[in-house]
Ligand binder design. Structure first.
Ligand code: SF4
Ligand code: SF4
Length: 345
């Protein structure tokens, strides 16, 4: 394991230097929010934040991605031939990712990289990515990572972890990818005992600051059909406006739709994020829609995260407790309360 300590200026310089080897994504303040941006294309990285509004999932799995392109021009020899659109799989690093979001990539891997199916683009991008986590000294009031298998200083899914010691950053490697990243930085020094102790204290204190306990321990034992037919879904879904905010912000939501767009004789096949909260998501070509009612869509979202996933993978819930959906739902639908209702039913 490599451990280095940097002044904050040194760390920014180190990230600049890393751009020789990686495309570096870091949090940048934009208006009231922080978002992950490619260094060199946006403002200066800023690590004074609780969490980014959007999860960094789009760095691996873009919100809109051109998959293939083709021409309908019959005068060309390659008319109607589907060609893979150019994509960038060069090494990249996401620096400053919160531990919940790092863990989310592990959950999403179940969908995109499993023995039955490998999504070639997700897999190649993930292989090319080094995740430098950032311990949460001050978790948000809406965080509940400790109830769902993660924690403010959890290392799950991360290659390295940064700790904000106030005037300096302590960075330690977790995996060979993290070691390689740190080996490429000439700046920094060996941390002393007091810095290491301080980092441990910050971790212990942060763990205690997350007071919300969301019960999910009984979900596996519930009968799926009983939960599906439970009377509380009308009440849970009543206020939902089907805006899709919860799914778009969520680091573990992975659904997409594939559309063809043709301009003149040139066509693109594009993959776009989609969401179970939208009526069109399940509309069949026949016109039938198995989830044409709001209550069915809201139930699907919670049943998928808190019951179907639990039963299928036996690996906890499909939620990392980042609290984004709680913070940004315009009508205050709260997954923590829904989990409790389902768990206690
Ligand atoms: S953010 Fe809230 S209102 Fe919007 S779709 Fe999700 S649960 Fe419904
Ligand atoms: S369901 Fe909500 S709290 Fe859970 S990971 Fe998704 S956005 Fe975060």
């Amino acid at each position: 394991m490599i451990k280095r300590i940097f002044t904050k200026e040194e760390w920014l310089k180190a990230l600049e230097g890393l751009r020789e080897h990686y495309r570096v994504f870091a949090p940048v303040k934009e208006g009231d929010f922080h978002n992950f941006r490619l260094m060199g294309e946006a403002g200066k990285p800023d690590f004074d934040f609780q969490n980014t509004r959007l999860s960094p999932k789009s760095v691996i799995y873009p919100q809109s991605e051109r998959m293939f392109e083709y021409t309908l021009d019959e005068t060309r020899q390659d008319a109607h031939v589907m060609k893979e659109s150019p994509k960038d799989f060069s090494p990249q690093a996401i620096v400053g990712i919160r531990p919940c979001d790092g863990y989310a990539f592990q959950l999403v891997k179940i969908n995109f990289d499993n023995p039955q199916y490998q999504d070639p683009w997700w897999v190649r991008r993930m292989e090319a990515t080094t995740l430098v986590g950032f311990g949460c000294n001050e978790p948000c009031a809406t965080c509940f990572c400790t109830s769902v298998g993660s924690g403010p200083f959890s290392e799950k899914g991360l290659d390295a972890l940064m700790v904000d010691l106030g005037d300096r950053f302590l960075v330690r490697s977790i995996t060979p990818k993290g070691e390689k990243l740190l080996e490429q930085i000439a700046l920094g020094s060996e941390p002393g005992e007091s810095a290491l102790r301080k980092a441990q204290d910050l971790s212990d204190t942060a763990q205690k600051k997350i007071s919300t306990r969301v019960p999910v321990d009984q979900l596996k034992s519930k009968v799926v059909n009983k939960l599906f037919d439970a009377p509380f879904w009308e009440k849970v879904s009543f206020a939902c406006v089907n805006c899709g905010t919860c799914t778009y912000l969520c680091p573990t939501c992975w659904c997409f739709d594939i559309q063809d767009e043709v301009l003149g004789k040139e066509g693109d096949r594009i993959r776009n994020w989609d969401a179970c909260m939208f009526p069109l998501f399940t509309l069949h070509g026949s016109g039938h829609n198995p989830r044409d009612k709001k209550v069915q869509r809201v139930r699907q979202r919670f049943m998928h995260k808190l019951k179907y996933y639990v039963d299928k993978y036996n690996d906890g819930v499909a939620c990392v407790g980042c609290g984004r959906c709680v913070q940004y739902c315009p009508v205050n639908i709260d997954i923590r309360r829904v989990a409790q209702v389902m768990n206690d039913f």
